[in-house]
Design a protein around this ligand. Structure first.
Ligand code: PLP
Length: 429
């Protein structure tokens, strides 16, 4: 397999784009080597500039849940595009999108569309502060909520991958309003809340974390947080940018049976177009401008091309919930296969999985938070990543990312992946 074209594109890209990429994790910096430049994708496969084919376990970090270039979505975009790509005025399409989301997520009364997950989380925090009149937030080490200043404190995903301790450009004042503690540690949250009485506006969490690998909430943890929030007048925000419309039609809220006050979406909601959203209960969302004074806006928010893409995908997921079940079954098949192969090697490992999110950590103890994810043998993961890539399997280029399965994956793709895993482990161990 040659990647000459990707190599020369990467050289060229670095002359005009910082690090050659428009989002850091794409650069392969932590795993080393040259990032592949993609020229097209269809179903479960990515094709790079040199024409190599890869089985894709990133799915554009989630949105391609039914596979790339999913025909109903492509057709809908094509049909909409001829009516212009943006108006800067409201459309019926936005109402249909909001109504559809409300029907899928029962505790969302009002929802505002934005253009990214970052914007959704940033806006949700502003709403929480505006609603409660308090300044501080609690987030969890290793959770990623986008790149807004207040979230870049002990953040997951790329920030963890590149081991950035403090992000230059985030002021001490902003950082001081972001309190952090370990995921799955309820006592630590209780302590923070007691030390900051009447000062905490919101607790924001990935209900299933996907930005330090896949990490599951322990039994009773989210319910415990819910209780603390209720007792202290704190808003509980579920960042469902990864889990929304993936773990269930109604996301992690439905899957785990916990109601959040505010919820943020991204990724799947836009079917690969730039879309995010934040929503929640009426009495809270009513503070959002122009109803209330919490200002929030976007020239391209609710963009018609983005809306029709997301609406088309969500409609399919809403009408055929068994599709999510199918992807989950594929994920469990993969998990069982990986388990058998890894067990045979004798190397310590942990596989965390829920729904169609899964990850491997080369760890000798359970991976339940950022510290245990970071303590795993991530050097080995990096070698494993390259061994898999060479065999045509494209995993996320960091141990601090969940893998995302898509429903275009066939039985054969999964078996090819398992065979590649076997060979890769033989190569790197
Ligand atoms: C990807 C992600 C975001 C940020 O979304 P962008 O669209 O990249 O801005 C926020 N929260 C979570 C949980 C994410 O995985």
């Amino acid at each position: 397999m040659t990647i000459q074209k990707s190599e020369s594109l990467f050289q060229r890209a670095q002359q005009s784009i910082p690090g050659g990429v428009n989002s850091p994790v794409r650069a392969f910096k932590s795993v080393g080597g040259t990032p592949l430049f993609i020229s097209k994708a269809k179903g479960a496969y990515l094709y790079d500039a040199d024409g190599n084919r890869y089985i894709d376990y990133i799915a554009s970090w989630g949105p391609m849940i039914l596979g790339h270039a999913y025909e109903p979505v492509i057709k809908a975009i094509q049909e909409q595009a001829v009516y212009s790509t943006s108006y800067g005025a409201p459309t019926e399409l936005e109402i249909r999108m909001a109504e559809l989301i409300k029907s899928m997520v029962p505790n969302v009364d009002l929802i505002r569309m934005v253009s990214s997950g970052t914007e959704a989380c940033m806006s949700a925090i502003r709403v929480a502060r505006g609603y409660t009149g308090r300044n501080k937030i609690i987030k969890f080490e290793g959770c990623y909520h986008g790149h807004a200043d207040s979230f870049l404190v002990k953040a997951g995903s790329g920030v963890a991958t590149f081991n950035i301790q403090t992000v230059p450009g985030v002021t001490a004042g902003v950082a001081a309003d972001t309190l952090t503690c370990a995921y799955n540690d309820l006592a630590a949250v209780e302590k923070l809340v007691n030390e900051n009485k009447q000062q905490i506006a919101a607790i924001i969490i990935e209900p299933v974390a996907g930005n330090m690998g896949c990490i599951l909430p322990e039994s009773g943890y989210l319910a415990g947080l819910r209780k603390i929030c209720d007792a202290e007048g704190i808003l509980f925000i579920f960042d469902e940018v990864m889990t929304g419309f993936r773990l269930a039609k109604g996301g992690a809220q439905e899957r785990l049976g916990i109601d959040a006050d505010l919820v943020t979406y991204g990724k799947v909601i836009g079917a690969g177009m730039p879309v995010g959203a934040f929503g929640g209960k009426k009495h809270i969302m009513e503070v959002v401008s122009p109803l209330g004074n919490v200002y929030q806006a976007g020239t391209l928010s609710g963009n018609p091309i983005a809306m029709i893409a997301g609406y088309t995908l969500l409609t399919v997921l809403n009408e055929q919930p068994q599709l999510l079940q199918e992807i989950e079954e594929k994920t469990i098949y993969l998990k069982d296969g990986l388990d058998t192969i890894l067990a045979a090697t004798g190397i310590p490992y942990v596989i965390n999985q829920l729904g169609s999110m899964i990850s491997i950590h080369f760890s000798d103890r359970p991976v339940t938070d950022f510290a245990t994810a970071a303590a795993a043998n991530n050097q080995l993961f990096n070698k494993f990543f390259h061994a898999m890539l060479k065999r045509g399997v494209y995993l996320p280029p960091s141990a601090f990312e969940s893998w995302f399965l898509n429903n275009a994956l066939t039985q054969e793709d999964l078996d090819v992946t398992l065979q590649a895993t076997k060979e890769s482990l033989e190569e790197v161990l």
